[in-house]
Design a protein around this ligand. Structure first.
Ligand code: MG
Ligand code: ZN
Length: 361
């Protein structure tokens, strides 16, 4: 006679939002094919409201219906830097300040961009800084110091990112070790292009598009439409991949305006970033299969608005530090899977929610 054994196991389930749960409530939410993650470096709630108060028209960021917050502290500091902040968003692990997608012991952490590549998604990055700067580096490089720019450039060759658009060409060709990484990129079948104007989004292949030898200029010094146009082109290019794409866009210099305690610098960079948000939202609205997430890595400047005039488009802004602050920062989400981004959670959860939305293994 057969004996029937019943094995009872306590299952920890991962729900549709990528959160561990013991309940069986795991309704199948709509899954996106593409994720566009837009990071406003140093963009806290106050920076956004300052721009909303000064702008002549409603900002595109006000088009989002789902809003959350994430906690930004790092493994080493209450106040994170952009290395640890970027690493948390890119890998789901809090690390020490200054680290780039390695953990506190220096062990490499797989990034969402690398997961996306392994799952045959097309991948891309667009930034208004050098492409080797801490935020983009966190998605593609693995270094103990964010300042190892030449090593970070070399790490680009360990990936198959389909397109990157940004400054930092010098880190690839004017190097202390005399290596010419532009040749190395070409050997890996990249087409190297100078200027985002010269990139045609209907092109096939892999593209390194350099927009400056170092960082791109500030908006006030003539950057023009580099960020929104590059965003639009990168989306059109990556959308050729039938399996979907992951794209990271960074408004890098909102942070630099904060460090400079220069509200006009913050505002002009944020308005420009908002135009890139419009490109992502316009695409996602038509496409219907794209999740758009807008967030920051941390707030910069401890910005406060102590007075203002809504009708007169005036604000009185006060900064409390020339560094970052420890306050939580907002997350805005649109598209399939957006419902997972409401609430208050860790910066690392942004990674887990994106991984879960895209079903990346
Ligand atoms: Mg940055
Ligand atoms: Zn900063």
């Amino acid at each position: 006679m057969k004996k029937i054994y019943t094995i009872v196991a306590l299952l920890i389930l991962i729900n549709a939002c990528g959160i561990e749960t013991e309940s069986k409530e795991n309704k199948d939410l709509n899954k996106p094919k593409n994720v566009i993650l837009l990071i406003g470096d140093g963009m806290g709630v106050t920076q956004i409201y300052a721009a909303m108060s000064l702008a002549q028209e409603k900002l595109n960021i006000e088009r989002f219906k789902i809003v959350g917050f994430h906690k930004t502290y790092s493994a080493s500091n209450y106040v994170t830097d952009s290395g640890a902040g970027g690493t948390a968003l890119a890998t789901g692990i809090k690390t020490k300040n200054k680290h780039i997608s390695v953990d506190s012991l220096g062990v490499k952490l797989k990034t969402i961009l690398e997961y996306a590549e392994d799952n045959n998604l097309a991948t891309g990055m667009v930034t208004t800084s050098a492409i080797t700067h801490a935020t983009p580096a966190s998605f593609i490089a693995h270094e103990n110091s964010r300042y190892n720019y030449e090593n970070i450039a070399k790490d680009f060759l360990d990936t198959d990112i389909d397109i990157f658009i940004g400054g930092g060409k010098d880190n690839f060709e004017k190097r202390k070790d005399k290596l010419n990484l532009l040749d190395s990129l070409k050997a890996k079948n990249y087409t190297v292009i100078d200027g985002y104007e010269n990139f045609k989004p209907e092109s096939k292949g892999k593209f390194a598009v350099f927009t400056a030898p170092k960082h791109n200029p500030k908006m006030s010094e003539g950057r023009g439409d580099m960020l929104p146009v590059s965003t639009e082109k990168a989306i059109a290019f990556l959308n050729q991949n039938e399996k979907g794409f992951f794209l990271m866009i960074e408004g890098s210099q909102i942070d630099w305006g904060g460090h400079d305690n220069d509200i006009d610098y913050v505002n002009s960079e944020l308005i420009d970033f908002d135009k890139a948000i419009a490109k992502a939202l316009d695409f996602a609205q038509k496409d219907g299969e794209t999740l758009v997430i807008v967030t920051a890595d941390h707030e910069t400047g401890g910005l406060s608005l102590v007075d203002g005039d809504i009708g007169g488009k005036q604000i009185e802004a006060k900064f409390s530090t020339t560094d970052h602050s420890g306050v939580m920062v907002p997350v805005f989400a649109f598209g399939p899977g957006a419902e997972c981004f409401g609430g208050i959670y860790q910066n690392t959860d942004v990674f887990h929610k994106m991984i879960s939305a895209l079903n990346l293994k």
